[in-house]
Structures are given as C-alpha cells and as structure tokens.
Design a protein around this ligand. Structure first.
Ligand SMILES: Cc1cc2nc3c(=O)[nH]c(=O)nc-3n(C[C@H](O)[C@H](O)[C@H](O)COP(=O)(O)OP(=O)(O)OC[C@H]3O[C@@H](n4cnc5c(N)ncnc54)[C@H](O)[C@@H]3O)c2cc1C
Ligand SMILES: *[C@@H]1O[C@H](CO)[C@@H](O)[C@H](O)[C@H]1NC(C)=O
Ligand SMILES: *[C@@H]1O[C@H](CO)[C@@H](O)[C@H](O)[C@H]1NC(C)=O
Ligand SMILES: *[C@@H]1O[C@H](CO)[C@@H](O)[C@H](O)[C@H]1NC(C)=O
Ligand SMILES: *[C@@H]1O[C@H](CO)[C@@H](O)[C@H](O)[C@H]1NC(C)=O
Ligand SMILES: *[C@@H]1O[C@H](CO)[C@@H](O)[C@H](O)[C@H]1NC(C)=O
Ligand SMILES: *[C@@H]1O[C@H](CO)[C@@H](O)[C@H](O)[C@H]1NC(C)=O
Ligand SMILES: *[C@@H]1O[C@H](CO)[C@@H](O)[C@H](O)[C@H]1NC(C)=O
Ligand SMILES: *[C@@H]1O[C@H](CO)[C@@H](O)[C@H](O)[C@H]1NC(C)=O
Length: 514
C-alpha cells in the first residue's frame, strides 16, 4: 500500500469511526485492525519513534503507523550540506557525538552499537582533552589553562557533593548554587568560560543532583556508564543514516506516513483519533507520542480532552534547552593546528572568554586531519538565552558579531569574510522548540514519573525527556522507545497490561517547616 492509499484508507476510516466506538479496552491487534487504522500510532519518527516501532515489530505487532511531520526519519538528527561548490561537506545541525561509547566489553551505548552496525564513520573526539592550549579572550590569545584545569576539578567536586546530597536525601538545588556552595563560583570571564564549558551545554536552570547522575550514568563506568569519551560523526551520509538504515530493515511503506503534521490528539476509553494540519484523520487503539517536551510545552498539539493537571504540571516543569552550532567556512584555516592528530593535542577546540558570559564561547575546528582537513570549517556554539537571542536576528547580524569575536581572538590576523555561514534555529522550530530537555532543581521524582505516565490507558509518552538516567541524549531516546514500546506490547497482546502509573499530587521533596 502506497502513500496515497494510506490517505484513502484514512478517509475511509473517518467514515467508519462511529463503528469503532465499542471496542474493548484491551482489544487485540487483530480485532482492532479491522476497524481502526492501526493498533498504535507512533507520533514522531526520531530515535524514540523508530526504536519503538522496531520493538513492536520484534514483538510481532505490525499494525502500527509512524506519523512524522518532516519528509524523512531521524528527528533531531539532521545533516546539512555546507560550503562553497567544490568544498562541500555534510555537517550535523543537531546531535554530532556518540557520548560515552563502550569500555572493554562493558555496557555499550546503543547508539554506538547502531553506528558500528551501519558502518558510521566517526572520529574520536575527547571533549575535555582536545582543548589543550587553545585559550582566548577579548585581548587575543591568553593561556589560562590552569583556570581550565581547576574548572574540570570543580565540576568533579560538584558531582561528588551532588552524590552526597542524594544519599542524604537533601533538597535539590540549582547547579550554579552548588558551585557557589562549594566555593567554586566563577569570578572572572576566564573562569566563567571554563565553567561554561563544563555545564552550559544545558544552561537554563539545571538540577545539581540530576545533572550529576545524568553525567555519571553516561560517562562513569563505576555506575554502569559506557565510557568517558565521545565519538564525533563525520559520516558524509549524515548521522541520521543509522536510524534510517535501521528502519529500512523492518519498516514497510504502509507503516510510515511522512509529511504529516499532527495538530490534534483526541482520546477516550475506546481509542484515539489524531488529526493532521492537512485534514487527515487516523484512528488507533493507542498513541505513542514522542514529540519533544518543547513541542508539548508550547501547545503546538491540542489534546482533547485537555491533558490531566498532573501531566500538564510535569510537562511545564521541565526545561527545553537550546544549543546552537554556528558554522563558518573560510578560504583557509587561520586558527588552530591542522597537522596534529586528535590523539596528540590537536587544539581542535578553543575557548573564548568574553566579558559577557555565554557570548560565542566554544569554538571547534573541523579542519583537522581526523575530521575534514582543508575544509576551512570552524563552528562556534551558543546556548540558552543567547541562542534564543540570535535566532531572532538576521543571519548577517549574527555573522558580524561572530566575526568581531574572531577578530578579537586573532588580533594580528587579517581575517577575510567567510565563504559560507549557517546556523539552525532550533528554538523557533515548531517541530522541536529547542534542542533537548534539561532537568531543573524544582523537577522532582514524581514529575518525572508523570512525564512518562500513560494517560487514560491510551496515550503513551517516550523520548529523550522521559529518560531518568539519560535525559537529553540520543541513547535516552533509544532506551525510552525500547522500554515504553515493550510495556505497550504487553497491553496490546493482552499478555499483562501495566500502563505507566502517575502520581496524583507531587508533594514537596521535603515538607517546608511552616
Ligand atoms: C543541536 C543539538 C545537538 C545535540 N547533540 C547531541 C549529541 O551530540 N549527542 C546526543 O546524544 N544527543 C544530542 N542531542 C540530543 C538528541 O538529538 C536527542 O536526544 C534525540 O535526537 C531525541 O530523539 P527523540 O526521538 O526523543 O525526539 P525527536 O528527534 O525530536 O523526534 C520527535 C519527532 O517528532 C516530530 N514532530 C514534532 N512535532 C510534530 C507534529 N506536530 N506532527 C508530526 N511530527 C512531529 C519531529 O519532526 C521529530 O522527528 C542534540 C540535539 C540537538 C538539537
Ligand atoms: C481483556 O480481554 C480479556 C479476554 O478477552 C477479558 O477477559 C478482560 O476482561 C479484558 N480486560 C479489560 C480490562 O478489558
Ligand atoms: C514530502 O514533501 C517533500 C517536500 O514537499 C516532497 O519532496 C516529498 O516527496 C514528500 N514525501 C512524501 C513521502 O510524501
Ligand atoms: C544530508 O545528507 C545526504 C547524504 O549526503 C544528502 O543527500 C542530503 O541532501 C543532505 N541533506 C541536506 C539538508 O543537506
Ligand atoms: C559494513 O562494512 C563491512 C565491512 O566492510 C561489511 O561487511 C558490511 O556489509 C557493512 N555493513 C553495512 C550495513 O554497510
Ligand atoms: C600554558 O600554561 C600551562 C600551565 O601554566 C603550561 O603548562 C603550558 O605549557 C602553557 N602552554 C603554552 C602553549 O604556553
Ligand atoms: C576539589 O576538591 C578537592 C578535595 O576537597 C580540593 O582539594 C580542591 O581544591 C577542589 N577543587 C576545586 C577547584 O574546587
Ligand atoms: C557521580 O559520580 C561521582 C564520582 O564517582 C560520585 O561521587 C557521585 O556520588 C555521583 N553522583 C550522583 C548524583 O550519583
Ligand atoms: C600581535 O601584535 C602585537 C603588536 O605587534 C604584538 O605585541 C603581539 O605579541 C602579537 N600577538 C600575537 C598573538 O602574535
């Protein structure tokens, strides 16, 4: 069945929907497929959606449909062809790193395993070691590497203190407060940029305790983490290829509806009906919603009836962070060493300390032997409010600001205008509304359960944001797609249906003494 056949089928099912009202709650896949479009509608074709689909398939459930607004699978995994003709490269606008790989034959990051399976080309990229001596500020080069070493230690100290708070059941606090409490608050622009490099990838309100376990469960092998290193995707097919090729192994054309943006999800005791902006309507027994929590927060999708208050509180209590890579291509590299290998302090990364914290602080060169030699490409990252700020500016103005910073970093170099310039606007993108979720201090265990919990036995939720251990990461999305689909399969097959339970009232972590 082709794409247009799905549409016809969908239209037919709208006409037939009155007949489907009386379906039993635990209707089996077989009985539902005769009346509804699918047993499960998987909303969103990112990592969570595709892995959920694969999981259902592996459980023998094939009457599902992935509904995706974009024209391809991969979600936030998005590549872009950057550079002038003759010097074009596939770069990553979204995720770029397999964060935490594998140590010996210990637990492996499932994204790392997918990358191996699909022969993804990656390069070792230790985000801490690669800084080496590339330190700049508003006066040009300035070797503040000892400040950086202290910042690495201070971060470790905050994670140790966070572990103690967890053990002692002390109340959570903002990570920045944690820095101040242990006496490591940044005082100078140089200290600020070094701390920024440790923690500001998700800069909005950050939980001291959750950010610590999030780091540990990925990087610290003592608690089951994968490894302390990162691999960067440099595959010219794009990072998304691992998800697209994985989908190709099991997904039938009729199980995928691309180019369809959902604007309404209606649910009742008997099933769900989702509607798209194109006017298509699809019915199913269950929905698995994998939209980013930013999309849910913004209200891009209408739920009918309105989601229960415990779900709304959970959605609105988390934070959707924004992280932006700004790419520049120059006729030639004038910045860091291009000859050295990544393994011998290649200076592939540099920090720029501005008097304004967060102003074009982290620079990464792609023009090194292990990545894209002679590409002339460098990128700078900004996050949080600064990302939101530049998204509202025209490209030319952002380019001018970035060039001012580069000229401050290299006062003795005559820097030409870039040949190419590009950055994505993740925060204003209605399909994402940010880059990845972040756990603030006021988000407590009950909120996490409720973010993940099933609504009315019909609506299920999965994605990086619902992952306790790995929120934010690709592997968080992977594990959630896997786990939630396994639970759904139990319900669909009647082999024991345990929906994910919610907490009716999330209480204070500790009662206030008043
Ligand atoms: C800039 C950036 C850098 C990152 N870097 C890394 C990294 O290096 N390493 C790492 O591990 N993680 C990184 N991440 C995080 C990683 O990308 C996410 O954790 C992961 O991709 C989330 O997958 P998901 O399936 O939960 O959500 P998504 O990928 O967001 O999938 C949800 C899907 O729903 C679709 N959708 C949304 N709204 C609608 C609608 N109304 N109708 C139909 N479809 C809709 C979207 O198009 C999307 O395809 C980064 C993210 C960004 C943005
Ligand atoms: C599920 O189906 C079984 C067998 O068809 C039935 O006995 C049971 O009552 C149903 N459960 C619910 C919750 O509808
Ligand atoms: C989706 O839309 C794009 C752009 O409009 C189009 O090129 C593509 O063929 C469409 N894909 C499908 C599967 O309909
Ligand atoms: C992503 O990469 C693929 C493979 O190189 C390419 O065909 C496609 O055009 C790229 N997408 C964009 C938006 O550049
Ligand atoms: C990956 O490469 C190996 C060795 O070159 C090859 O045998 C295998 O078929 C490739 N797999 C994929 C998915 O391309
Ligand atoms: C930078 O400073 C550190 C510590 O003071 C020193 O070990 C290193 O050699 C310096 N690097 C350069 C390039 O001067
Ligand atoms: C980290 O903690 C150790 C042990 O308490 C202490 O000696 C060190 O000064 C701390 N480092 C920073 C940068 O706070
Ligand atoms: C994180 O790891 C550190 C170092 O192993 C440990 O001391 C700390 O307790 C852990 N933090 C949490 C919140 O688990
Ligand atoms: C830049 O030029 C000035 C003036 O000639 C000189 O003092 C300074 O050392 C130079 N800086 C670098 C990084 O070469």
């Amino acid at each position: 069945m082709g794409f247009s056949a799905i549409l016809r089928h969908a239209a037919l099912c709208v006409l037939l929907s009155a007949a489907s009202i009386a379906l039993p709650q635990n209707s089996t896949a077989a009985s539902s497929s005769s009346r509804k479009d699918a047993a499960v509608l998987i909303l969103g074709g990112g990592v969570a959606g595709v892995i959920a689909a694969r999981t259902l398939y592996q459980q023998g459930i094939t009457n599902f449909i992935i509904v995706e607004a974009r024209d391809e699978l991969g979600g936030r995994m998005q590549n872009y062809t950057f550079g002038v003709p003759g010097k074009q490269y596939t770069i990553e606008l979204g995720p770029n790193w397999i964060q935490g790989t594998q140590t010996g034959d210990g637990p492996a990051n499932p994204i790392y395993l997918l990358a191996q399976k699909h022969n993804l080309t990656t390069a070792y990229n230790d985000l801490y070691g690669s800084i080496c001596t590339s330190f700049y500020d508003y006066n040009g080069y300035n070797n503040y590497s000892d400040v950086f070493s202290d910042a690495v230690d201070a971060y470790t100290n905050t994670t140790i203190a966070a572990g103690e708070r967890l053990d002692q059941q002390l109340v959570d606090l903002n990570l920045q407060t944690g820095y101040a409490i242990i006496g490591a608050a940044s005082k100078t622009p140089q200290e600020a940029v070094c701390t920024y490099y440790q923690v500001d990838w998700a800069p909005e309100e950050t939980s001291w305790i959750a950010s610590s376990w999030n780091n540990n469960f990925t990087y610290d092998t003592d608690v089951g983490g994968f490894s302390d290193s990162n691999d960067m995707c440099i595959d010219q097919r794009g990072f998304k290829v691992i998800i697209q090729e994985e989908a190709q192994e099991f997904l039938e054309p009729q199980q995928l509806l691309l180019n369809h943006t959902i604007n309404k999800i209606a649910y009742s005791d008997t099933g769900v009906t989702v509607t798209t902006t194109e006017g298509t309507s699809l019915t199913a027994d269950y929905v698995l919603c994998t939209f980013s929590v930013g999309v849910l927060q913004y209200g891009d999708v209408l739920f009918e009836p309105t989601l229960p208050s415990w779900k709304i509180e959970a959605i609105q209590s988390t934070v959707m962070a924004t992280y932006t890579k700004i790419f520049l291509q120059f006729p030639e590299n004038f910045w860091f060493d291009t000859q050295a290998s990544i393994h011998s302090c290649p200076k592939s990364m540099a920090l720029y300390a501005d008097k304004q914290r967060g102003r074009y602080p982290v620079w990464q060169s792609l023009d090194i032997v292990d990545f894209f030699p002679d590409s002339g490409i460098v990128f700078v990252t900004v996050t949080g409010d600064f990302s939101v700020r530049i998204e509202a500016l025209p490209d030319e103005q952002v380019q001018d600001e970035v060039m001012d910073v580069l000229r401050a970093m290299f006062p003795n170099v005559t820097i030409p205008e870039p040949l190419d310039f590009h950055f994505p606007r993740w925060n204003s993108n209605p399909l994402f509304r940010g880059s990845y979720s972040n756990w603030p201090a006021s988000f407590v265990g009950g909120h996490w359960e409720n973010l993940r919990a099933t609504v009315a036995d019909r609506l299920w939720f999965a994605g990086e944001a619902t992952s306790l251990k790995y929120f934010g990461f690709l592997h968080g999305a992977y594990f959630e797609g896997l786990d939630v689909a396994q639970q759904m399969a139990g319900c669909i097959q009647g082999s024991g249906c345990a929906t994910l339970q919610h907490v009716q009232n999330v209480m204070n972590a500790q009662p206030y003494p008043i």
